[in-house]
Design a protein around this ligand. Structure first.
Ligand SMILES: *Cc1c(COP(=O)(O)O)cnc(C)c1O
Length: 225
């Protein structure tokens, strides 16, 4: 990819995130995770050279390949995809900085068991199906707080750090906003239980997400357009 274009995209993203976070508060800090699933390790390296440090992938196999190819860089790797049971051990081996997509108590128990066997820990977020879409993973909003507390209670090797959601899949901005507000309310309710991260907002809706309280955005296509 053209280096100049990548720099332009990066500049645009940083400036737009900056303006959105200042609309919330001077003290509202937002972390940008660059989702690199559309590109190769070469582009990740170029973006790293421009200053980006946090990257995310949605497939364990892709994450493994990039981790290996970019071993020489101190990248903070995030996992944001659906985790199949047969890939759990592979993900643990990669020691991701943060797993965004814990989507059930059942998966949490399974992951915890494998972490225990390997003597490792994993920082994770509980994924919320905030617009109740059949096509999306995550726990339903009504039971999210309860599920989060159950995971804390029943696992020893998962450190729950907050929540993640994907905005409603629609062009209707009020519906998208509603899904972010729903998630933010859950996040607020979980703050007394240690929740620190509210991961929401992608290329098409990150400003709205930030205005609804997101402090971590996952941006892919806008970087690499
Ligand atoms: C692909 C992906 C993103 C980034 O999406 P863009 O619309 O390309 O910014 C964010 N989160 C998850 C979970 C993804 O799978």
């Amino acid at each position: 990819m053209d280096k100049l274009k990548l720099r332009e995209n990066f500049d645009e993203i940083v400036q737009r995130v900056e303006r959105a976070r200042l609309r919330v508060s001077e003290y509202h800090i937002v972390k940008i995770v660059a989702i690199s699933k559309y590109v190769s390790s070469d582009e990740v390296r170029e973006l790293y050279d421009l200053g980006q440090r946090a990257f995310g992938e949605n497939r364990v196999q892709e994450l493994k390949q990039k981790c290996e190819e970019l071993e020489d860089l101190p990248i903070e790797w995030h996992f944001v995809g659906r985790l199949q049971k047969n890939k759990i051990n592979h993900l643990i081996e990669l020691d991701p900085f943060l797993m965004h997509s814990l989507d059930s108590l059942e998966l949490a128990l399974e992951l915890d068991k494998r972490l225990e066997a390997k003597g490792k820990k994993m920082d994770s977020l509980l994924q919320i199906n905030s617009a109740k879409e059949d096509t999306k993973a995550g726990v339903m909003p009504e039971v999210a707080v309860e599920e989060y507390l159950k995971i804390i209670e029943n696992t020893k090797h998962i450190n729950l750090k907050g929540v993640m959601t994907i905005g409603a899949h629609t062009k209707d901005e009020s519906e998208i906003k509603k899904s972010f507000e729903t998630t933010y309310k859950i996040y607020e309710a979980l703050q007394p239980h240690g929740a620190k991260i509210c991961s929401m907002g992608m290329s098409n809706d990150f400003e709205l997400a930030i205005e609804c309280g997101s402090n971590m955005v996952r941006i892919g296509s806008l970087f690499f357009k």
